[in-house]
Design a protein around this ligand. Structure first.
Ligand SMILES: NC(=O)c1ccc[n+]([C@@H]2O[C@H](COP(=O)([O-])OP(=O)(O)OC[C@H]3O[C@@H](n4cnc5c(N)ncnc54)[C@H](O)[C@@H]3O)[C@@H](O)[C@H]2O)c1
Ligand SMILES: NCCCC=O
Length: 455
């Protein structure tokens, strides 16, 4: 198909998703346990993602290169072929759209494997693609766990792997991809810093801290779970955060007023509570929550519910501050100076996201520029519009570069084939990618290098 033909089919899929928003959101709530309130937002981001990539499909073009003596050369953008998408369980439908959107827009086929804990909604996506006119066999769902994932990654006919999940699994995927010399995109875990300066709008900062910690039961990769608070406002901020956390309505995720549903499964619930137990042993103080929540509704009494937890008296070397818990657990850490907090915020193996709350706009930009993190928020948190790139530094994953015939299957939202793309928004650290030209290296440059002229 031509790009415009692919665009039309993808727009139709986006339209069907929009039309069936309520049904798919309900399915996602049952699939994952998150509140229907949040699941609707996930579905909206999903159709927006397909619309976004549909919009790019028609303008994917090669280049004409003039050579001496009247000769010329040209480049074509060709699909890679069969791409594998492997997803995590926290945003099942959305992750499947993030991966299939760019793959299909560029003319690739995709075999998608959801997490075995959330197998359902992606099957609906496959049906929708078929209804919209995606040719049979172009988007495929394979169910299974680690062994199935390995099989897909090692299959000789697979040209590219896009993975969302934990760091240990990401390392295995990268090894498998290396053996097959396959490009890979990794979207991995995080332990992101959220920095609250004393001049911040307190009301907004408290809301931001809740947004950064308790969406989807805290099971969000980019959550700002290390909440650094300037000592001058530590007590006021902590008191308010605890008060608001205790008011979060937990329970049946299908009810309109529920804001926190059930964790994904019993082993994960036990793991999250294990982190809280260990935090107490290491000297942290549970300021609220952390215990099981048993809803009044009899049919939910064995559900995997817990009260959101705020930990005080935390230190940087505690396990609860260093490791990704992937549950509703916020750690509060006092700080005194900007220099100190930036150093502590960056002292982590992860680098997915970061946030700053302050009324001082210069300080805000200075601090986010100094954070070694992919997605940075100023006076806001956990909004990820599809138009913006999403990906990490260090162990949080790799932002792959563009390559001919495909575009990023997640992580880099630029027109495939664009030679230079610059992302420079108030809330994002600037990054510049150099697209591939035949025979050249592809490099990822920090903005500062380019501004100095090194780029
Ligand atoms: N950066 C992002 O965009 C992003 C988004 C969502 C979740 N995450 C991360 O995902 C993690 C939670 O998800 P999870 O528990 O499902 O992660 P996981 O790594 O356990 O599993 C992810 C997927 O990989 C598959 N898998 C497991 N072992 C495999 C192997 N050896 N080979 C191939 N596939 C294999 C699983 O079946 C699943 O589909 C957290 O660390 C979270 O931060 C990151
Ligand atoms: N906004 C979606 C973030 C996905 C990470 O878990």
């Amino acid at each position: 198909m031509s790009g415009m033909e692919r665009c039309r089919v993808m727009l139709e899929a986006a339209r069907i998703i929009r039309e069936q928003r309520e049904e798919i959101a309900t399915m996602e709530t049952i699939n994952n346990g998150k509140s229907i309130f949040e699941a609707r937002v996930d579905i909206d981001i999903s159709w927006q993602c397909l619309e976004y990539y549909a919009g790019l499909a028609g303008s994917l073009a090669g280049e004409h290169i003039q050579l001496p003596g009247g000769s010329f050369g040209y480049t074509r953008r060709e699909p890679l072929g069969v791409c594998v998408g492997i997803g995590a369980w926290n945003y099942p439908f959305q992750i499947a759209c993030w991966k299939s959107g760019p793959a299909l827009a560029c003319g690739n086929a995709m075999v998608f494997k959801p997490s075995p804990f959330t197998p359902i909604s992606v099957v609906r996506l496959a049906e929708i693609f078929t209804e919209a006119g995606v040719p049979k066999g172009l988007f495929n769902v394979v169910q299974g766990g680690a062994a199935t994932g390995q099989f897909l990654c090692q299959h000789p006919d697979v040209a590219k792997i896009s993975f969302t999940g934990s760091v240990p699994t990401g390392m295995k995927i990268m090894e498998m991809a290396a053996k097959g010399i396959k490009p890979v995109t990794l979207e991995l875990g995080g332990k992101s810093p959220l920095i609250i300066f004393s001049d911040a709008d307190l009301e907004n900062a408290v809301k931001g801290a809740l947004m950064a910690n308790f969406l989807t039961q805290g099971e969000v990769c980019c959550n700002g779970t290390r909440v650094f608070v300037e000592r001058k406002i530590l007590d006021t901020f902590t008191k308010e955060v605890v008060k608001r956390t205790q008011k979060i309505k937990i329970g049946d995720p299908l009810l309109e007023d529920t804001r926190m549903g059930a964790l994904i499964n019993r082993p994960h619930l036990n793991r999250v509570q294990g982190f809280i137990k260990q935090a107490k042993e290491q000297g942290a103080e549970v300021l609220c929550g952390g215990d099981l929540y048993v809803p009044d509704d009899q049919k939910l009494k064995n559900g995997y519910y817990m009260r959101p937890c705020v930990l005080g008296n935390c230190k940087d070397d505690m396990t609860c501050v260093k490791e990704e818990i992937f549950g509703p657990v916020m750690a509060i850490l006092p700080f005194d100076t900007e220099e100190e907090v930036v150093e502590r915020a960056n002292a982590t193996k992860f680098g997915l996201a970061g946030g700053v709350f302050t009324r001082d706009i210069q300080k805000a930009h200075r601090v986010v520029a100094a954070l070694k993190a992919g997605m940075c928020f100023i006076n806001n948190y956990n909004v990820s519009p599809v138009e913006l790139p999403f990906g990490g530094y260090k162990s949080s994953g790799e932002l792959c570069v563009t390559s001919p015939g495909t575009c990023q299957l997640q992580g880099l939202r630029v027109a495939p084939g664009t030679a230079w793309s610059c992302v420079l928004t108030p809330a994002l650290p600037c990054r510049i990618w150099q697209g591939e030209r035949p025979g050249s290296h592809r490099v990822l440059l920090a903005a500062e290098d380019c501004l100095r002229g090194d780029g």
